[in-house]
Design a protein around this ligand. Structure first.
Ligand code: AKG
Length: 271
């Protein structure tokens, strides 16, 4: 068994330092910065050549609806997809975890944390939870979490409970605004440890490992990470259950006149 797999099996997660290079990660940050700059150019506000955080803050401040739509769209960027499916990541699963055949259960996620970017009444990090209920694929499903910024204990790290994966599926709250969060009697705050990482590092984590977003972050700092999940196509129960996933794929095809951008669509085609 590889050293990495041994560590992962024992702790429920492992951090692989410098698996990706800083340049590959910074290219994704730039790609996201471009998207925010494109949005800022649509509102009567000029920041000049603003950096990523400044551009995000400006859009958040001057047009929160655009900000929310933009943040929600980021996971669909090809650059985000490509980073998370980089051959160094999938190759790691093949070489170190000995996976031969892989399913991708759902999409990518872009996690944004900054005091200045809180959505009033909306998402600001996740409480303690396990990911398996939101995947329901192979029992050895792996979460891959890639920081796009420096993440230390004062910049909203994820916090994990080592060895918690060994406890299997734990009871959840089942109600309230975050019904997937674990019942508070299932963990102690002090058992969580912050995962401090640099751009280029990659966190591999079991879908059963208890983790949460730390809400501990200093103002003026931005933490962005991207994540996805991988299912092992050769895990026997996954084969037996015929490759299920909790993700649902649907397309909302409204009547043509109601499709977003229908007017733009006509004039674009007529060019
Ligand atoms: O990055 C974060 O803050 C949350 C990550 C997480 O908990 C998850 O994706 O399940």
């Amino acid at each position: 068994m590889s050293h990495e797999l041994e560590r992962y099996r024992s702790d429920g997660f492992c951090v692989v330092r410098g698996l990706l290079d800083e340049q590959a990660v910074s290219a994704v940050r730039s790609s996201i910065a471009k998207t925010f700059a494109d949005q800022l150019a649509r509102i009567p506000f000029r920041t000049g050549h603003a950096g990523l955080f400044t551009a995000m803050c400006a859009l958040h401040r001057y047009d929160i609806e655009r900000y929310k739509k933009t943040a929600a769209a980021l996971w669909r960027k090809l650059d985000v997809y490509q980073l998370l499916h980089d051959p160094r990541i999938t190759g790691f699963l093949r070489e170190k975890f000995c996976w031969r055949d892989v399913f991708v259960p759902g999409g990518q996620v872009v996690h944004i944390m900054a005091n200045e970017l809180k959505i009033p009444g909306g998402y600001f990090g996740q409480g303690s939870h396990q990911d398996f209920p939101s995947v329901q694929g192979s029992l050895d499903c792996v979460i891959v979490w890639v920081p796009l910024t420096e993440v230390d204990r004062e910049n909203f790290p994820i916090e994990v409970i080592p060895e918690s994966h060994k406890r299997g599926l734990l009871p959840v709250c089942g109600e309230g605004s975050a019904p997937w969060e674990l019942r508070p009697d299932q963990y102690r705050d002090e058992d969580h440890i912050p995962v401090e990482v640099h751009p280029g590092d990659v966190v591999f984590m079991s879908a059963f490992t208890v983790h949460r977003s730390s809400r501990n972050g200093r103002s003026g700092r931005l933490r962005i990470a991207v994540s996805t999940r991988f299912d092992n196509a050769d895990e026997p129960s996954f084969i037996e259950r015929s490759y299920p996933t909790a993700y649902v794929r649907s397309v909302s095809r409204g009547p043509y006149e109601k499709i977003q951008g229908a007017k733009e669509c006509d004039s674009f085609q007529a060019r």
